[in-house]
Write a protein that binds this ligand. Structure first.
Ligand SMILES: *Cc1c(COP(=O)(O)O)cnc(C)c1O
Length: 399
């Protein structure tokens, strides 16, 4: 065996694995195989492709060579047998859940999963007779209590991308295995570099590739990893039926993003550490919610199952009025107000954007939260931006 190929380090996975450069003029960057279909010379080969579309290239709604390079890398990063890449994180969630429920089934989900997961549980699945119970996933007993004889899926998001609530993944996986329940986790916050859910016994790991994997705020994508059997089941149903796979061009952008993923996460982690330290010492900050901050309520569990955390955190402001938070956010010059995260640019979203002026209650700390994402800018540049916005907020309050 080639000793270098046996090495499945992250460096090998991101720079070499899955790339067959001799097939495309030894180009370093892989080609975007922009084709809908593939030609056959033998009837028997065509017959084989019909029988099992996962066995080769037939039609790009199924497999495509550019997308395959990405699949191999993503599977290897999670030490998974296989991976599927979707045109968004939302479609990856949809496919993973749909493939594992039928009419009459029951799902246990953690509270406040990603918005479109929740909408699927609340609005789409009930139309097909599938119901969902939400629980506080920080206590394993809550899972035990919520499981019914017809529960087929446990849906996790750890850490949660709003409140960073963490589930004990090994304990949940063990419980689910004993009951024959499929576990699905949204691992977008950590990526496989910072958390490996499959190694802890979770069945399907999902990520939005739109965030850290793309890293440049220029494409959408979603990933599922798991056993080959599970990926094949999803591929042969939801993936092919709905035509929700990534396009070759987007797969190419995601390969490009993956090359720098470790460097970007390192950089963002270092910046976040400095920014969190600074934020915690500001008079206008009540608290900072960040899983790897020693004051975080589940810090010990975070340390046990996560290798890192970065970029995404929430600041609870001391504000008494909605206006103060509005002034702060609108005074930021460099940190942009926008949804999403994981790109090069830093972002802020105030919770009060969805709270009317008259409903704003300063006693409700949720109303005073701003979710920040810190990107690739210098820490000093970001700190200075928040400092000047806080000065404006202070001036407005006093006047
Ligand atoms: C953005 C996001 C998703 C959805 O991904 P899309 O690529 O936008 O469809 C899912 N989970 C989390 C935690 C997210 O932040």
């Amino acid at each position: 065996m080639d000793p270098f190929k046996a090495d499945h380090s992250v460096s090998y996975i991101l720079n070499e694995l899955g790339e067959e450069r001799e097939n495309y003029y030894n180009a370093i960057a892989p080609p975007i195989m922009q084709t809908s279909n593939f030609a056959f010379k033998k009837v028997d080969d065509l017959a084989k492709a019909f029988e099992d579309e996962m066995s080769g290239f037939l039609y790009s709604r199924g497999l495509n060579p550019t997308i395959d390079i990405l699949r191999k890398k993503l599977a290897a990063l999670d030490a998974a047998e296989d991976a599927l890449v979707f045109n968004s994180g939302a479609s990856a969630i949809f496919a993973a859940v749909f493939a594992n429920v039928k009419s009459g089934d029951h799902i246990v989900s953690v509270n406040s999963p990603y918005t479109w997961a929740q909408k699927m549980f609340d609005q789409v699945l009930p139309r097909f007779g599938v119901t969902t119970t939400y629980i506080d996933g920080t206590q394993i007993e809550n899972f035990e209590r919520a499981i019914l004889p017809h529960t087929t899926v446990i849906y996790l998001e750890s850490p949660n991308s709003w409140d960073y609530a963490i589930q004990d993944l090994r304990a949940v996986a063990e419980l689910a295995r004993a009951e024959g329940i499929v576990t699905i986790i949204d691992n977008s916050y950590c990526t496989p570099l910072y958390q490996q859910p499959l190694a802890m016994g979770i069945d399907i790991s999902m990520q939005t590739a739109t965030k850290y994997i793309s890293g440049h705020s220029d494409t959408l994508g979603g990933v599922l990893t798991g056993t080959h059997e599970m990926m094949k089941k999803i591929f042969n149903s939801e993936y092919l039926n709905m035509g929700i796979g990534a396009t070759p061009f987007n797969a190419w952008l995601l390969i490009r993003g993956l090359r720098t993923l470790p460097a970007r996460l390192d950089r963002i982690s270092a910046t976040t550490k400095l920014v969190v330290e600074w934020l915690k010492n500001q008079s206008w900050v009540e608290s900072v919610l960040f899983p790897l901050d020693p004051d975080f309520p589940q810090y010990d569990l975070a340390r046990q199952q996560m290798r890192g955390a970065c970029g995404l955190l929430t600041v609870v402001m001391k504000a008494q009025t909605r206006g103060e938070i509005v002034t702060f956010c609108e005074s930021l010059r460099h940190v942009l107000m926008a949804v999403s995260w994981g790109g090069h640019e830093s972002l802020a979203i105030p919770r009060c954007a969805s709270v009317a002026e008259e409903d704003f209650d300063p006693a409700d700390r949720q109303h005073r939260m701003i979710r920040f994402y810190f990107g690739l800018e210098d820490a000093d540049y970001l700190i200075e931006d928040m400092r000047q916005a806080a000065v404006k907020m202070g001036e407005k309050t006093r006047s």
